[in-house]
Write a new protein. Structure first.
Lengths: 373, 299, 313
């Protein structure tokens, strides 16, 4: 596919990446051979939404939507993010794209901190590197513009001339499987959901980003269409050398498309790891519960009891210590007192779990033994 | 469904339509074309406008010249088919010429309010924050007056005349337009495609131009046209109170006031100017309704 | 709930201040000043200036504003240029007369409006509904002051059954003679609220009827009357809000009808004041009417919040 990297980049982003210090808390990063430095490094991202009310409409409480989230995205991988609704996945995505301003924490792309004065990456340049596909295919497109113009908008804004931007948009339509002659001048209401989502993908690719965040991008589609779009995404990733962050609540889809998976609960990361291992051997009780809640095709593995009890607690006043303890069958005193850190369990450097049971000598009765020698 | 809109018995036409795409405004235009009632109303208004502009061609008598001998002639008098007013002027001429001022005072304030109010409202809706609060609070002060009261306050204290009337009515109509512009703009601003546009790194003015305005101006325009009928009634009402256009100008509301004494003598003649106000206002109302229906395209 | 009320009240203060500033600004922009009106032009300049000093017209504008505002807050609306009586006195009586018109007009307009709107909604798509829509459009396009004139033409001039003008003996009507004076103006005034309310009620009832929970209620076997009760309960909040607003308009915007019928209400007072360039009466009336309108709005908001918990922000 020619032409995708043809946009003359207005600002040179060929800056030598500053090597990221290997923080042991965020394990499972940079360990696979060949791709060492992570493309995206998220450190301690926090966002609290204020709730107003009362006499003078002051802030009465804070919804802790995202609280100290740290992870890496490696070059060329697909990182899946899963969790229940309200766990902070979408907020995290918007924080990564800088559509919302974080209350704390930093993001570093290719070693350059976003917003930093020295050597930093401006927001405009960040947007050139990272783009997003939203869940609602219809509201993601301007109903008054033909789809080709929606796609061409990004390049046009970044300096490409009108006709060049349109030409590029037509090429992208072709790349996502829509015949440009037939679809270019159509309006969003004249397309089906799957076609619209393809347009959204084309729009996201228009600026030749290196990372594409897919926020529940296929969740609203019919299953057959969903499969087509997923395959398209896989093809595009190979062709264009992309890196994906795939947010979804559908565990099957995530398994299909991801290399690594990150599980979130109530604004915190509870587990990260390679997809197959995580699915086969989940370490965190929440992950285990999520996975066992998946209906299985195997008649010998039936769900007998609901794996999770109770309702998700209030994100305004989350439980002290480990946030999952109110629903965890293994909760103990230490879980209430100390919040577990996201650490690699002994003997498994590619994973990270935020659970006292995976940390030797944490004080939990079921804590694993340390790997000797 | 999507492709159904493209289907047609003629495959060549279908292909052409599929390639062209049907923009929102084209669909509005098509719906409008099929709406016979609204087209008729627009025709009536166009005719009215023509008559009013080219008044000398449609009237025989001078609207300012009266004759004491010919006061208050009833409808059907030869030479004055709608009768004469209390000073002997031909009523038909007065009504046609009066249309100029009445329409002017009815349409111009809404147009000006659209410009000013639309600008402020869209600005408030897009920028949000303190600017939004400031503009909306100012609007609330103006909203504290029932519309007539505000117009009367301004013309009553500052004096009568066409200029003050237009000023007063413009100010009266700015608050509702600000309110609706701000409301629509705020809604649009939070839609995903605007976020996506921001995510492309576009500057606010660019986003405004390509994504906000084309989604926002339509509904605001329709709302503004619905205000015209009210403005016509209010403008005539102001003249009726003696606060609008001053004699000896011809204007429907003013005529209504002048002819009040004549009510006892010639009740039908006295009521005639009101008929014009009613018809014009109704036409604008129907037109605005038709526009709104045409634009209410289920996407 | 109380927090909301408190916030709403608190919020009214800057609005009222703004209103007062607006009226004051208008007064100051008026061509000519007090002295020019009171005093013949041949008077030598020194006497005129001395008068100005006595009226404190030479002081900076914000001083004048605060002085005026201060007087306003204690209820001193000034003295009429024309009658030399305190504005408050005249206004109080006039407001009473307007209320005599506004209350029955409101009741009539609301009741008929609800009735017609509900009827139209229940008979959706029948000829009754189409008739209603046609009438609604006509109603909104009619200048109500013209309708008043037409009614006078028909009932007073042609048929001579009802009086064309005035209040008769004044005060709250106790006899049929006095009531006769009320009929035409009340009917004229009630037209606009009737039109507005009926349209809203029809739209609301239609929307509620089409919602699924009504089907659920029918399925539960509730009688139509109970369904009606539930429907009304859901339609009530916005209808009430609009009614409050319309009542405010009736009070503040009655001037046109009062002019047609020569009714000595607040509108008639304003009319006279305009004619006589009696600025204190005019500005005092405007401020009071605006304040009443703001108060009604607050009341309406609080009532709405009481009924519909979703409104409490």
């Amino acid at each position: 596919m020619t032409g995708t990297r043809d946009i003359p980049l207005p600002t040179a982003d060929a800056c030598a990446p500053v090597p990221v210090s290997a923080r042991s808390e965020v394990a499972g990063t940079g360990a696979s051979g060949g791709r060492t430095a992570p493309l995206l490094h998220v450190d301690n991202l926090t966002k609290h939404f204020p709730l107003k009310g009362g006499l003078l409409n002051r802030t009465q409480a804070l919804v802790q939507a995202v609280d100290g989230v740290s992870f890496n995205v490696l070059t060329g991988e697909t990182l899946g993010i899963v969790g229940e609704s309200g766990c902070g996945k979408s907020t995290t995505a918007r924080l990564m794209m800088h559509l919302i301003r974080p209350d704390g924490g930093t993001i570093a792309f290719d070693g350059r901190k976003v917003g930093a004065i020295e050597h930093g990456l401006s927001h405009r340049d960040l947007h050139r590197q990272m783009q997003m596909v939203f869940q609602d295919s219809y509201s993601s497109l301007n109903p008054r513009l033909p789809v080709v113009m929606s796609i061409a908008f990004g390049p046009f804004v970044h300096g490409l001339g009108r006709s060049a931007a349109l030409k590029r948009a037509m090429e992208l339509l072709q790349a996502v499987g829509l015949d440009p002659l037939l679809f270019a001048n159509r309006y969003p209401h004249e397309l089906s959901g799957g076609q619209r989502q393809r347009v959204n993908i084309a729009r996201a690719l228009a600026l030749s980003p290196r990372i594409v965040i897919l926020d529940e991008a296929v969740s609203a589609l019919d299953k057959s269409v969903e499969a087509q779009v997923l395959n398209l995404l896989v093809d595009l990733k190979a062709q264009l050398d992309l890196t994906y962050v795939f947010i979804s609540h559908d565990l099957n889809v995530v398994r299909y498309i991801s290399d690594r998976v990150m599980v979130m609960y109530l604004g915190k990361v509870v587990e990260i790891g390679p997809v197959d291992r995580l699915y086969r051997d989940p370490r965190h009780p929440y992950t285990r519960a999520l996975l066992s809640a998946m209906p299985s095709m195997n008649p010998r593995r039936r769900t007998v009891e609901a794996p999770l009890s109770g309702d998700p607690p209030n994100p305004i006043r989350p439980p002290s210590g480990c946030r999952f303890r109110t629903r965890c069958p293994f909760a103990e005193q230490v879980c209430e007192a100390v919040a577990p850190l996201l650490l690699a369990p002994p003997g498994d450097a590619l994973r990270a779990v935020a659970c006292h049971m995976s940390v030797p000598k944490s004080g939990h009765s079921r804590a694993v033994a340390a790997v000797s020698a | 469904m999507a492709d159904a809109a493209v289907l047609s018995s003629d495959p060549a036409l279908a292909l052409k339509r599929a390639q062209q795409g049907q923009s929102y405004w084209r669909r509005v235009w098509q719906r409008l074309r099929d709406d016979k009632m609204t087209l008729a109303v627009i025709g009536v208004l166009a005719l009215l406008l023509l008559m009013v502009i080219f008044a000398p061609w449609f009237t025989v008598h001078d609207p300012y010249v009266g004759s004491v001998l010919r006061r208050l002639k009833p409808i059907g008098t030869p030479g004055h088919w709608l009768g004469t007013d209390e000073v002997g002027r031909d009523l038909w001429s007065r009504m046609v010429y009066g249309g100029r001022l009445s329409l002017l005072a009815g349409v111009v304030p809404v147009f000006l309010a659209l410009l000013i109010g639309g600008f402020l409202g869209i600005l408030a809706g897009y920028v949000g924050g303190v600017l939004n609060s400031a503009i909306m609070r100012l609007t609330d002060v103006l909203y504290a007056f029932p519309s007539i009261l505000l117009a009367i306050a301004i013309t009553g204290i500052l004096g009568a005349g066409l200029q003050n009337t237009i000023l007063a009515l413009t100010i009266s109509f700015i608050p509702p337009i600000i309110r609706i512009s701000e409301s629509i703009t705020t809604q649009v601003r939070h839609l995903d495609f605007v976020e996506a546009a921001r995510a492309s790194g576009a500057a606010p003015l660019t986003i405004m131009r390509y994504h906000i305005l084309n989604n926002v101006l339509g509904p605001i325009l329709v709302y503004a046209t619905s205000l015209i009928s009210i403005c016509i009634i209010l403008a005539a009402g102001l003249s009726f109170l003696g606060l609008g256009v001053t004699p000896p100008s011809a204007e429907w509301g003013l005529m209504l006031n002048n002819l009040r004494q004549a009510l006892w003598v010639s009740p039908f003649v006295a009521a005639l100017p009101g008929v014009m106000i009613f018809i014009t206002s109704m036409c604008f109302n129907l037109m605005s309704d038709g526009l709104r229906q045409a634009m209410d395209v289920r996407l | 709930m109380w927090a909301y009320t408190f916030r709403r009240l608190l919020y009214a203060v800057p609005v009222l201040l703004g209103v007062s500033m607006l009226v004051f600004a208008l007064i100051h922009l008026a061509p000519g000043d007090v002295v020019d009106i009171l005093v013949p032009p041949e008077v030598p300049k020194e006497i005129a200036d001395d008068l100005r000093r006595r009226f404190r017209l030479d002081e900076p504008i914000y001083v004048q504003y605060f002085a005026w505002l201060g007087r306003l807050l204690v209820g001193d609306l000034g003295i009429s240029f024309f009658t030399n009586r305190p504005v408050g006195e005249e206004l109080f009586g006039a407001l009473g007369n307007t209320l005599i018109l506004a209350l029955p007009a409101a009741v009539l307009g609301f009741l008929l409006g609800i009735l017609l709107g509900a009827l139209a909604a229940y008979n959706h798509d029948s000829w009754l509904d189409k008739l209603f829509s046609a009438t609604a459009i006509v109603g909104v396009s009619l200048p109500h002051y013209w309708v008043g004139i037409v009614l006078v033409a028909i009932f007073a001039v042609v048929f001579n059954v009802l009086p064309a003008q005035g209040m008769g003996l004044g005060g709250i009507p106790t006899s049929w003679e006095q009531l006769k004076h009320l009929i035409l103006p009340v009917v004229t005034l009630s037209l606009i609220p009737m039109g507005v309310i009926s349209r809203l009620v029809r739209a609301n009832v239609l929307e509620i009827l089409s919602q699924e929970f009504v089907g659920a209620l029918h399925a539960k076997g509730l009688l139509s009357r109970r369904v009606l009760y539930h429907t009304l309960k859901n339609a009530a909040p916005s209808a009430l809000a609009l009614m409050g607003l319309q009542f405010g308009y009736l009070l503040g915007g009655s001037i046109l009808v009062e002019t047609v019928f020569n009714w000595p209400g607040s509108g008639g007072l304003m009319n006279l004041a305009i004619f006589r360039r009696d600025i204190p009466v005019l500005s005092g009336t405007i401020v009071v009417l605006a304040a009443i309108f703001v108060a009604i709005n607050i009341l309406v908001d609080v009532l709405q919040a009481l009924i519909d918990p979703r409104m409490r922000r």
